[in-house]
Design a protein around this ligand. Structure first.
Ligand code: S3P
Length: 173
């Protein structure tokens, strides 16, 4: 039983901050897929996009998903695009409970713009970013659980995630 908790959602959902708090609360290790990639490549995510392009970055994400199969009992924060490939949600669900940190587009977009350099938003209008969000929802919605984040701070979101996880009967995976 791999028993990981896997956070998915659009940029700005707070996956990394919430994941860190959640891991502390649950006494588990915290893993971030973007961090696995930057460590393996010895360069930042914006540098990877700028130097090698999105296709290369997505190939690195494929490799990370293979490595995640080795994780046991961790809290895993995924990059916003990682779950958005055919079969990907099933792969994530096979190694734990997948939680979608949701929210309305405006809230997520504003947080994403405030919080750091996000290559997927470079050169995109707000409408284009919203279209990306809409296209991705069908992947995120395959998560086991949904926690809304709008109007909540990261501590509150982590508390909600803890509550929904403990309300859910444990499943063998
Ligand atoms: C991406 C989201 C980023 C990072 C990369 C691509 C995306 O992670 O993986 O820039 O495609 O949405 P965050 O969701 O943590 O910003």
């Amino acid at each position: 039983m791999a028993d990981n908790v896997i956070l998915v959602g659009f940029m700005g959902a707070g996956k990394s901050s919430v994941g860190r708090i959640l891991a502390r609360r649950l006494g588990r290790c915290f893993v971030e897929t973007d961090e696995m990639i930057t460590a393996a490549e010895s360069r930042s995510i914006p540098e990877i996009f700028a130097e090698k392009g999105e296709t290369h970055f997505r190939a690195l994400e494929d490799e990370v998903v293979r490595l995640l199969a080795l994780k046991r009992g961790d809290v895993i924060a995924t990059g916003g695009g990682l779950p958005c490939a055919e079969g990907r949600l099933e792969a994530l669900r096979s190694i734990g409970t997948v939680v979608w940190l949701g929210g309305d587009f405006t809230t997520l977009y504003e947080r994403a713009l405030r919080g750091g350099d996000r290559p997927m938003l470079h050169g995109k209008t707000r409408d284009e970013a919203e279209a990306l969000y809409e296209a991705r929802k069908r992947f995120y919605s395959q998560a086991d659980l949904i926690v809304e984040t709008a109007g909540l701070n990261t501590d509150q979101v982590a508390a909600h995630v803890t509550a929904v996880l403990s309300a859910r009967p444990r499943q063998a995976v």
